[in-house]
Design a protein around this ligand. Structure first.
Ligand SMILES: Cc1cc2nc3c(=O)[nH]c(=O)nc-3n(C[C@H](O)[C@H](O)[C@H](O)COP(=O)(O)OP(=O)(O)OC[C@H]3O[C@@H](n4cnc5c(N)ncnc54)[C@H](O)[C@@H]3O)c2cc1C
Length: 365
């Protein structure tokens, strides 16, 4: 009989692990939504809601093509070999031999789905349409937070709507802190030339929100780890992230990956890192099952493509900063092929090659 793997969360980390494991294990994936959403594409969908269907796929379809069981529901408690899941029928219990916690983060509305009312894809699409309508009606828009999400949102808004007053608030003296200076400069020039006002070194107060017709909060994240508080409190750090060892283990047979995992290497919270962690822990589950040696998570190359509207972008790869309209195409290419990869194994083969090349070339830059 095949060993059972329970995966909590069906995004970059969880789906990557599911794909790698479901031929040799009985994999069950639980997500509180009925659909996968390609998070990096959501800001474009907010200004162009017709783009939404292309970034959302029902888990029922993905589970068929990949070959795992899907449960729509919220894991509300995890124990050492079982999980309690709240779904439409009430509370159900499922057991496992191995568990992968890939439950990621929550973000302010409407950037990530709101768990109580957007667990169906049509409800989520309606929210995105409503957001678009609010943007269209607003004259003045505040974006609070100038990390990559805030900057990309400013880029989308200013590229689509030319007549709005858009103000981007940064709590620091730069935008996109942590990115190379050159990338910050390209993004800053792009936005200011198009008329975005950037306010530096300022944390805007609730009082200041009233000066704007619409406010988008692009700050902070909440780690989705409430369901671990009862039995795994000692594995959570003070921010609520799950502390894992070099093999991504929480316990011998319980692993965590993606944004929610606090690795010893302090890996960045990116889709790329989440996928690489998903791949590694799939290898490690196989290793435990076959009695072979576990592998450690290694460092990853810095790789990020920041889009600034549909026609411009900046790609950062290690020390290289590549701006231009080609980068907007790169971002589109990544999105298109990543969503297709969920149902078509050819795209997965292509990405295996690209990931290998990205890793190998990183030693030269
Ligand atoms: C607007 C935006 C743009 C971004 N753009 C980029 C980009 O261009 N490139 C890049 O590399 N990164 C980007 N990121 C970061 C990237 O999206 C994250 O690093 C990535 O999504 C992390 O994936 P994950 O698998 O860890 O979890 P998440 O994507 O956070 O998904 C977690 C999943 O778990 C489910 N879940 C949560 N709790 C439970 C529970 N209790 N029970 C059942 N299911 C649960 C959720 O429904 C969700 O499907 C962006 C992030 C945002 C917000």
């Amino acid at each position: 009989m095949m060993s059972k793997v329970l995966i909590i969360g069906g995004s970059f980390a969880g789906l990557t692990a599911a794909r790698e494991l479901c031929q040799d294990f009985q994999v069950t994936l639980v997500d509180l939504k009925e659909y996968y959403e390609y998070t990096p594409g959501i800001l474009r969908a907010m200004v162009d809601p017709n783009a939404y269907p292309s970034i959302s796929v029902k888990y029922a379809d993905i589970s068929q093509s990949m070959g795992f069981d899907f449960i729509k529901g919220e894991v509300i408690e995890l124990s050492s070999h079982s999980a309690e899941i709240q779904n439409a029928q009430g509370i159900v219990m499922t057991t496992f031999d191995y568990c992968i916690i890939a439950c990621g983060t929550d973000y302010y509305d409407p950037i990530k789905p709101h768990r109580t009312y957007e667990d169906l894809s049509n409800e989520r699409h309606e929210t995105i349409i409503e957001t678009h309508d609010e943007i269209e009606e607003a004259q003045s828009i505040m974006i609070l937070g100038a990390g990559i999400v805030g900057v990309e949102l400013a880029g989308e808004l200013v590229s689509k709507f030319h007549d709005k007053n858009i103000t981007l608030y940064s709590a620091q003296d730069v935008i996109m802190p942590g990115m190379p200076k050159l990338a910050q400069k390209y993004a800053e020039n792009f936005l200011t030339e198009k008329g975005v006002k950037i306010v530096y070194n300022k944390k805007a107060s609730e009082e200041e929100f009233k000066d704007f017709d619409l406010v988008f909060k692009c700050i902070g994240v909440i780690y989705n780890t409430k369901f671990l508080q009862k039995n795994f409190q000692e594995n959570l750090n003070d921010r609520g992230k799950i502390v894992v060892n070099d093999f991504l283990q929480v316990k011998e047979h319980i692993f965590a990956a993606g944004d929610v995992a606090q690795t010893t290497l302090n890996l960045a919270g990116t889709a790329y890192a989440a996928e690489q962690m998903g791949k590694l822990l799939a290898k490690n589950i196989r290793a435990i099952a076959s009695g072979s040696r576990l592998r450690e998570m290694g460092t990853l190359p810095m790789l990020y493509c920041v889009s600034l509207g549909p026609e411009f972008g900046v790609t950062v790869y290690q020390n290289l900063v590549i701006p231009g309209s080609c980068q907007a195409f790169v971002k589109f290419f990544i999105q298109y092929t990543k969503v297709k990869e969920l149902e078509n194994p050819m795209f997965n083969l292509m990405w295996k090659g690209l990931d290998f090349a990205a890793e190998a070339l990183s030693h030269f830059f």
